[in-house]
Design a binder for this molecule. Structure first.
Ligand SMILES: *Cc1c(COP(=O)(O)O)cnc(C)c1O
Length: 385
């Protein structure tokens, strides 16, 4: 870990790996049995820790992983050797290409140039490289624009040292716009069906991320999904599918009170004197700030749980400390007491989704912003119960 294990914890994250495994079974149960599950574990498994998360996913029988780049993929190979497929979701830089061969990775290709470059490299090595082609159906990021997709298919057909293993697209508005998502699905299917030599049943055909699942149709051509956020128990969308998939959050974020003190009414506190106390107040100082991953945008906006009760943030979130109002708590909390920033505590709960809304951002960014200073503590009980 970080060599600080002998010191008492000031701010830490708890990660429930058994809940991760339960979430996984719940999602799989909601999908037709033939659908391949690609566990998306980019960005240090969304801040949960790549090593522990992926080791648990491997134990739970996950056979395919999605990561952002070859370096993340190499980490997976170090954890569990071979036997797993790894799809690189990002574009591969030329300088990274050698690692595709070294670590047996599947790149995502969006252009004829990429196809030709990798085909040449594979030929030089006298090997065949599996690839996924990406079709842009509206996101505008990776993938070839769907109307030009035939040029990419033509080039991969010519590439003797590439083996087409999958075709995919990515939704831009799946959480709230079912109609546009349907249009993206139609564009995707039209691009594929226009090519006579492609047999979808022999390939992995995938589009759905967590939000996409809300409009996933069993019996369709899709035979794989790419799930990130939902496996961690986070559902920022209200749609029906998620009601049927009983996932629970696996991540909580905690700190402790350093001191509690009284301040008179009318005092203007914090940096920039950004909070004026309306009443005589008891405030608690927390051992965590933006240096740990509490966004500064939560200044005067957030809440933390003490004994399950919500206590508002006062003034600015600072690098190492945050002030909260504990005037209404009875009894007054003590120095050293545990504070829950994200998660459940004694009947109270602050979900990542809620925390993100207060901060004016999204759950993905919150998870990626918990800093290196914060040790991740793993609960590793078995998945039943
Ligand atoms: C990150 C990512 C996913 C996973 O998205 P979630 O919304 O977290 O489920 C799927 N596909 C691609 C291409 C991604 O980059």
């Amino acid at each position: 870990m970080n060599g600080l294990d002998q010191f008492p914890r000031r701010c830490w994250a708890e990660i429930d790996l058994a809940a991760l495994e339960r979430n996984l079974s719940a999602i799989k149960k909601a999908l037709p049995p033939h659908v391949r599950y690609i566990a998306v574990v980019k960005a240090d498994a969304y801040g949960h820790g790549m090593h522990q998360t992926v080791a648990r996913l491997m134990q739970a029988g996950i056979e395919m992983y999605g990561v952002a780049n070859v370096a993340e993929a190499a980490t997976i190979r170090e954890i569990g050797g071979t036997g797993w497929s790894i799809l690189i979701l990002g574009a591969t830089l030329k300088e990274e290409a050698q690692f595709l061969f070294e670590y047996d990775l599947i790149p995502t290709l969006s252009s004829v140039e990429e196809v030709e470059f990798l085909d040449t490299l594979a030929a030089e090595r006298n090997t065949v490289l599996k690839v996924h082609l990406k079709i842009d159906t509206g996101m505008g990021r990776l993938g070839i624009w769907h109307e030009y997709a035939h040029t990419l298919f033509d080039s991969v057909k010519e590439a003797k040292n590439l083996q087409l293993d999958g075709i995919y697209t990515h939704f831009s508005h799946a959480e709230t716009d079912v109609e546009f998502t349907e249009r993206q699905r139609r564009r995707f299917m039209t691009a594929i069906s226009a090519v006579s030599w492609i047999k979808p049943e022999d390939l992995l055909i995938h589009a759905d991320n967590s939000a996409g699942l809300t409009s996933f149709t069993p019996g369709s051509t899709y035979n794989a999904v790419r799930i990130g956020l939902l496996q961690f128990g986070i559902t920022p969308y209200a749609q029906s599918l998620f009601a049927r998939v009983p996932t629970t959050p696996i991540f909580s974020f905690k700190t402790r009170i350093s001191i509690v003190k009284d301040l008179p009414a009318g005092t203007e506190i914090s940096y920039g004197r950004t909070c004026r106390l309306k009443r005589h107040s008891k405030v608690a100082i927390l051992c965590a700030g933006y240096g740990d991953g509490i966004p500064r945008s939560l200044s005067n906006k957030g809440f933390a749980l003490i004994k399950g009760q919500r206590c508002p943030y006062l003034g600015r979130v600072t690098m190492d400390q945050t002030i909260i109002d504990v005037t209404d708590l009875d009894p007054t909390p003590l120095a050293g007491e545990e504070v829950c920033l994200i998660g459940a505590q004694k009947g109270g709960e602050i979900k990542v989704e809620q925390f993100a809304r207060w901060a004016g951002t999204i759950s993905w960014e919150i998870l990626c912003s918990i800093t290196k200073r914060v040790p991740r503590i793993y609960k590793t009980s078995i998945a039943t119960g």
